[in-house]
Design a protein around this ligand. Structure first.
Ligand code: AMP
Length: 227
C-alpha cells in the first residue's frame, strides 16, 4: 500500500500514520521528522532547513525531495509507505509521481491520497497542547491525551518537548502556508482520481476508521496521473 496523508499541521496526520503503519505493516515516512532529525544532528541540510522551519515557512523543494528520495529507497519502503507531510506543493507531487512511476513498481503509483479536514481554530487549540517524545516521536496532548507520567513518553520513557514551531503565531503562519499551497495539490490528486477527503474531528480511532473505509475504495478508483 502506498498512501499519502494530506492535511494542515495538527490535523492528526502523525497519529493516523502511526496507527496505519501497524495496520498496513508499511513505514510512516514523515518529511517533518526527517527534517527535524537533520536539524538535531546538524547536517548541512538540517542547518539550512531550520531557517525556514523556525518561521513556519516551507523548506525549499530540493532539500525535502533529496531526503524523501533517499528514504523511499530504503528496503523497508519497498512494499509501501505512508507519506505524512509530503508532498506539500504541486512541484513535490509531480516529482513524487515521476519517482514512483520510474521505480519499476508498476501501477498504481499510489493507492490513495487522504486529506484530513480540520478547521483552523480547532488546529490552534490542538497544537498549543501538543508534546512530542524526543526519543521516538510519539505525540501527546496535555489535555486530550496526556502521558501517564509527567513529561515522559508512555512507550519509551523519553522526554517530551514542545516543538519550536508549535508556538501560536508560527502555527498561524503554517496554516496560512497550508491554505495557500494545498488547493492546487488537492486539485492535482483529485484529477488523478486518488483523493478522498475525510472529517478530522473525532477520536483517533474514529478517524482511523474513516481512513480505512476510504482505503477500502482504493482498488475501485482510476490511478493514472493526468498532469
Ligand atoms: P510538519 O512536521 O509536517 O508539520 O513539518 C514541520 C515543518 O517542516 C514545516 O512547517 C516546514 O517548515 C517543514 N516541512 C515539512 N515537510 C515539508 C515539505 N514536504 N515541504 C517543505 N517543507 C516541509
Amino acid at each position: 500500500m502506498r498512501v499519502v496523508l494530506l492535511g494542515p499541521p495538527g490535523a492528526g496526520k502523525g497519529t493516523q500514520a502511526r496507527m496505519l503503519e501497524k495496520r498496513l505493516k508499511v513505514p510512516q515516512v514523515a518529511s517533518g521528522d526527517l527534517l527535524r532529525a537533520g536539524v538535531r544532528s546538524r547536517t548541512a541540510l538540517g542547518v539550512e532547513a531550520k531557517r525556514y522551519m523556525d518561521k513556519g515557512a516551507l523548506v525549499p523543494d530540493e532539500l525535502v525531495l533529496k531526503l524523501i528520495e533517499e528514504r523511499l529507497k530504503q528496503p523497508d519502503a519497498a512494499a509501501g509507505f505512508i507519506l505524512d507531510g509530503f508532498p506539500r506543493t504541486v512541484a513535490q507531487a509531480e516529482t513524487l509521481t515521476a519517482m514512483l512511476t520510474g521505480d519499476g513498481h508498476g501501477p498504481p503509483y499510489l493507492d490513495k491520497v487522504i486529506a484530513i479536514i480540520v478547521p483552523d481554530d480547532e488546529i490552534v487549540k490542538r497544537i498549543s497542547g501538543r508534546r512530542t517524545c524526543k526519543n521516538c516521536g510519539a505525540m501527546y496532548h496535555l489535555i486530550y491525551d496526556p502521558p501517564r507520567n509527567h513529561n515522559l513518553c508512555n512507550s519509551c520513557n523519553g522526554e517530551l518537548y514542545q516543538r519550536d514551531d508549535d508556538a501560536e503565531d508560527t502555527v498561524r503562519m503554517r496554516l496560512e502556508v497550508f491554505a495557500a499551497t494545498m488547493r492546487p495539490l488537492f486539485e492535482y490528486y483529485g484529477r488523478a482520481g486518488l483523493l478522498s477527503q475525510i472529517d478530522g474531528i473525532g477520536r483517533p480511532e474514529e478517524i482511523q476508521q474513516r481512513i480505512v473505509e476510504a482505503l477500502g475504495d482504493a482498488d475501485a478508483t482510476p490511478k493514472a496521473p493526468r498532469g
